[in-house]
Design a protein around this ligand. Sequence first.
Ligand SMILES: [Zn+2]
Length: 154
Amino acid sequence: MADKLRIGDAGQKGKGVFAAERLLPGELVVDYAGEEKWIWDIPKEAWQYAFQVDYDRYVLPPQGSFGWYLNHSCAPNCVIMGRTRIVALRTIEKGEEVTFDYSTNVGWDGFAMDCRCGSPNCRHVIRSYRYLDRGLKGNYGACVSRFLLEKSAG
Ligand SMILES: [Zn+2]
């Protein structure tokens, strides 16, 4: 999977992950599988790079890895499958930035992050899953972190 991706300049967002070749729908892009920790066991300055896998569990990807640099977009070309896998939602052409929607991964209510993704449907502030509108939740369906679905089933 490593040679399918490269790290590059994503403008205002800093560095990002780009397709080094065409990626097909459903193709595995990044797997965040790793040691799952309490948030308090992760240095605060690294929180923005942590991937949430459960209400109290996070995986910190290796510094400088694709998982570390994978950016958010309000119009993402990848989605979450299962606990830790990020897969292509559609065909992603060589050179395109690879992104997913951070709101499909975040269960912490206090989360708020300015968005500069530049997509026409940009939400400007990225918040936790529960604040996504019903339409977006419907579009993502089960392609969000599993713990979020279990919690919001009622
Ligand atoms: Zn946005």
